[in-house]
Design a protein around this ligand. Structure first.
Ligand code: NAD
Length: 249
């Protein structure tokens, strides 16, 4: 039987790349995103790749939307084996004391509450069905401190914490929960930003020991390894994928 996966933020970047990589393993996939155009585009590509796929529009910071994408997945595919809990946003890049409360609430809502709500409903199905595997997207900013990303960093450190603590409760029920912590990665958003600001790209690359940004395909490979049975005894880990960036901080 084909495995079933949910990918949040699957309409772009790391979510889209990972969905395509999972399709190579024959996984049927539900794409969750607020962006209908991106989500539908990914579903089309997945179908062309030969797997079954469904797009469910959802704002992951809304618990009812989250319950709905989980219910729709179970209705269509009967179960959930893999969950890439990935949707997230960055901030304005302002220093914390210049940040509006609305921005703080928005980042925490999507990056932290969205991740918790996702696990709350998905893990319920997984535990009932005998287990499953979850990978959350943290960040370099979830393992080191940096300026201009205080709220973002708080949410990503939060993801590291919930990953470890959930394992203490549910590993015995067949759940594996890990996180990835990518450094700057050339997703479309980052690419267009650096195309407009080439000096920023040079500066970012010079701070990375391997002297280049990561690629979405590299992150997708790691996430696929962690989600599937190849990583059966890896649980509660936060794996950095950043060309050595955070190890030199
Ligand atoms: P991206 O903008 O290309 O993709 C993010 C996707 O999430 C988009 O399709 C967007 O529509 C969707 N999304 C945003 N808010 C949402 C919401 N409320 N509900 C549902 N979907 C929503 O960005 P990306 O670089 O692929 O980022 C994916 C994840 O990776 C994020 O959690 C981000 O923090 C993390 N990350 C990215 C990098 C990087 O350099 N690209 C580095 C470290 C961590």
């Amino acid at each position: 039987m084909s495995k079933v996966g949910i990918v949040t933020g699957g309409g772009s970047g790391l979510g889209q790349s990972t969905a395509l990589r999972l399709a190579k393993e024959g996984v049927n996939i539900v794409i969750v995103d607020v962006d209908e155009e991106g989500g539908n585009e990914t579903v089309e590509i997945l179908k062309e790749a030969g797997v079954d796929a469904l797009f469910v529009k959802a704002d992951v910071s809304n618990a009812e939307d989250v319950k709905n994408y989980v219910d729709q997945t179970v209705e269509k595919f009967g179960t959930i084996d893999y969950f890439f809990n990935n949707a997230g946003i960055s901030g304005s890049g302002k220093y914390f004391l210049e940040t509006d409360i609305s921005e703080i609430e928005k980042i925490v809502g999507i990056n932290l509450l969205g991740v918790l709500y996702g696990i709350r409903y998905v893990a319920e199905v997984m535990v009932k069905n005998g287990g499953g595997s979850i990978v959350n997207t943290a960040s370099s900013a979830g393992v080191i401190g940096q300026d201009t990303v205080v709220t973002y960093s708080a949410t990503k450190h939060g993801i590291v914490g919930l990953t470890k603590s959930l394992v203490a409760e549910y590993a015995k029920d067949g759940l594996r929960i890990n996180s990835v912590a990518p450094g700057p990665t050339e997703t479309p958003m980052v690419k267009s930003y650096f195309e407009a600001n080439p000096k920023m790209k040079e500066s970012a690359e010079s701070g990375i020991p391997q002297k280049r940004l990561g690629t979405p395909e590299e992150v997708a490979e790691l996430v696929t390894f962690l989600l599937t049975g190849k990583a059966e005894y890896i649980n509660g880990e936060v794996i950095r994928i950043d060309g050595g960036f955070t190890n030199t901080k």
